[in-house]
Design a protein around this ligand. Sequence first.
Ligand code: NDP
Length: 265
Amino acid sequence: MTVAKKFAVIGNPIAHSRSPEIHQAFSKQTGIELSYERILAPLDGFAQVVQDFFAQGGNGLNITVPFKEEAFALCDVLTERAKAARAVNTLWMKNGQLHGDNTDGAGLVNAITTLNWSRNHSHILILGAGGATRGVILPLANAGAAEIVIANRTLTRAESLVEDLSAFVKTTKLQVISLDQLEGHFDLIINATSASLAGEGIQLPNTLTFNYAYEMAYGKPSSFIDQAKQRGVPTADGLGMLIGQAAEAFYVWNGVRPDLSHFSL
Ligand code: NDP
C-alpha cells in the first residue's frame, strides 16, 4: 500500500490560501497520493510549527506571508535562487537537514511564458521591492532580461535589494528609481507592490509606456490592471504565478512536473 505524502502551507493568515486545491489537482493529475493542509502559525511560533511538522513525518511545506524570511533563516541547505531571494517558500527535510528553495520566480517566469506574450521581455519595470520582488529578480534575469528597473516608494529598500542581488545577477543591469520617476518604455511592467490589496492604486503617468502588464496579486480589484486595460495593454493577474510556483514546489518535492498546459482551477 502506498502511504500518502504529507504536505502543508504555513502562513498567518492562511484561510484564504488556494494551495491545497492546487496541490490536490496536481495529485489527481500525476497519481501521487498526498494530503495538503493549511496551518496557521502564531506570529512568534513559526519555527516550532515547522519542527513539529517534520518530526511528525511531514514531507514538505510551503511558506507564505509573513514567514518567508524566517524560513530562509532556519534552513541548513539553500538553493541558489533561495540564497539570492533571502526568502524561502518551499521546505523539505533530507538527511536530517532542513532544505529551502524559492519557487516564486520560476512560477512568474512560467506564467509569463504560458501567456504567450509574443515579444521578448528584455526591459522590465518592477513596482515594489518587498519579498516578492526579491524572489523574482534572479529567475527573470536568468530568463534573459537585459535590464530590470525596480521602482519603490521607499528608495533605500530597493537599494539594499539590488545590493544583495548583484552578487547573483551577472549580466542583467539592475537599476533603482522612486515611484515619482516612472517614465520611459518597457517591454513588461510587473506590479509587485501590495498597494492593490490595500485598495491604494499607484498612478502610472502617460510618460511611462509598456507592452504588457502583470499584476502579482490575484482575486482582488486592481487599479494597476484597470490603468493598463485603459491603454489597451494585455494584462494578467497573479493566479498563473501562484499555480506556477506550486508546480515548481511539487516538482522539487516529488520529482514530477505537473502539466500546466490545460490546467485551470
Ligand atoms: P511586501 O510586504 O514584502 O512588500 C510590499 C511592497 O509593496 C513594498 O515594496 C511596499 O513599498 C509596496 N507598497 C505597499 N503599499 C504601497 C502603496 N500604497 N504605494 C506604493 N507602494 C506600496 O509584500 P510581498 O513582496 O510579499 O508581496 C507583494 C505582492 O505580491 C502582494 O500583492 C502579494 O499578494 C503578491 N504576491 C503574489 C504571489 C503569487 O504567487 N501570485 C507570490 C508572492 C506575492 P515600501 O517598501 O515603500 O513599503
